[in-house]
Design a protein around this ligand. Structure first.
Ligand code: ATP
Length: 264
C-alpha cells in the first residue's frame, strides 16, 4: 500500500489574472505533519483548498488514498466532495467555522449530527473530545465566551470528532499570542499525528513550521523548497491509519473518532 495519503500532480488555478497555482506536485505522507509556508499571496491557501476538495483546480489531479483505494478527488462532483470532506477530512481555520450562537459542545457535536448521529450520542462523544483537549467545565459556554486559544481547541475537537484521516489547518494559531499558539499547536499535533492521523497546516509562523515533520515553501504558485523538520513521522501512524481504513472498508464507516484526544 502506498505511504501517501494525498497525491497531487500538475495543479494549476487562476483567479482572473492571478495565477494562484502554477503547477504544483505534492505528495502528503501518511501520518506526517506537513507545513506549507511562503509569502502572502504565494498560493498556500489555494493549494490547501485544492488538496481538501474545497476548490477544484483548473488542471491537475488530487487523489486521496482511503481503505478502498485511491479516490479521485478532482473528478468528484460537488456533492461527493462535500461528503468526502465531512467523512474523511477535518478543518481548523483561523475563523469562520465555529458557530458563535452555539455552545462548545454543540459546535463539536454538530459535526457528528451532520453525519447522522443522534444528538445525545453526538454530545457524549463531543464532551470526551473537549475534555481530552483540556476544556472540561467549559462545554456549555458559547464560543464568544471562550478565549481565542480555547475556541481554537474547540475547532480542533470539531475537526477530529468524526475520525478524520487528514486534518487541514489554515493559520490555526494566527490570532494567538506565542504561548497560547505553542499550546494550541501542541494539542493539534498530539491529536493528529500523535494518533496516526495526518496534518497539513498553512502557516506564516516559523515556530509552528518547526514543530512539523516536513515543510514546503511556496512562491508565485509553485513549491520552491522543501525541508524535513526536527520531528519524524509518528511510528504508529501508518499502521493506525491502515487499521482505520480497513475497518471503514469492512463496513463500519461513519463511526465516530476515538474521544481519547491528545495524549498529555
Ligand atoms: N477567491 C479568490 N478570488 C480572487 N483571487 C483570489 C482568490 N483566492 C485567491 N486569490 C488570489 O490568488 C493568489 C493566491 O492566494 P492565496 O490565498 O492562495 O495565497 P496565500 O499564500 O494563502 O496568501 P496569504 O498568506 O496572504 O493568506 C493571490 O494573488 C490571491 O489574491
Amino acid at each position: 500500500m502506498s505511504s501517501f495519503v494525498i497525491e497531487a500532480a500538475g495543479l494549476t488555478k487562476s483567479f482572473g489574472s492571478a495565477h494562484a497555482l502554477a503547477g504544483v506536485d505534492l505528495q502528503v505522507r501518511t501520518g506526517e505533519s506537513l507545513a506549507i509556508m511562503g509569502a502572502s499571496g504565494s498560493g498556500k491557501t489555494t493549494l490547501l483548498h485544492c488538496l481538501a476538495g474545497i476548490t477544484r483546480p483548473d488542471s491537475g489531479t488530487v487523489g486521496f488514498r482511503s481503505g478502498i483505494g485511491l479516490v479521485p478527488v478532482t473528478e468528484l462532483g460537488e456533492r461527493e466532495r462535500s461528503r468526502l470532506r465531512r467523512e474523511a477530512f477535518g478543518f481548523v481555520f483561523q475563523q469562520g467555522l465555529l458557530i458563535p450562537e452555539l455552545t462548545a459542545v454543540e459546535n463539536v457535536a454538530l459535526a457528528l449530527m451532520l453525519n447522522g448521529m443522534p444528538r445525545a450520542t453526538a454530545e457524549q462523544h463531543a464532551r470526551g473530545w473537549l475534555a481530552a483537549l483540556g476544556l472540561a467545565g467549559l462545554e456549555e459556554r458559547r464560543i464568544g465566551q471562550l478565549s481565542g486559544g480555547q475556541a481554537q481547541r474547540v475547532a480542533i475537537a470539531r475537526a477530529q470528532v468524526t475520525g478524520a484521516t487528514v486534518v487541514f489547518a489554515d493559520e490555526p494559531t494566527g490570532a494567538l499570542d506565542s504561548q497560547t499558539s505553542a499550546d494550541v499547536m501542541g494539542a493539534l499535533l498530539h491529536s493528529t499525528t500523535g494518533q496516526g492521523r495526518t496534518l497539513v497546516v498553512v502557516t506564516h509562523d516559523p515556530d509552528v513550521a518547526a514543530r512539523c515533520s516536513r515543510v514546503v515553501v511556496m512562491r508565485d504558485g509553485r513549491i520552491v523548497g522543501e525541508r524535513q523538520g526536527a520531528r519524524s513521522v509518528h511510528p504508529a501512524a501508518a499502521a493506525r491509519v491502515e487499521a482505520q481504513a480497513a475497518a471503514a472498508a469492512a463496513g463500519s464507516a461513519g463511526a465516530a473518532g476515538t474521544p481519547e484526544g491528545p495524549r498529555a
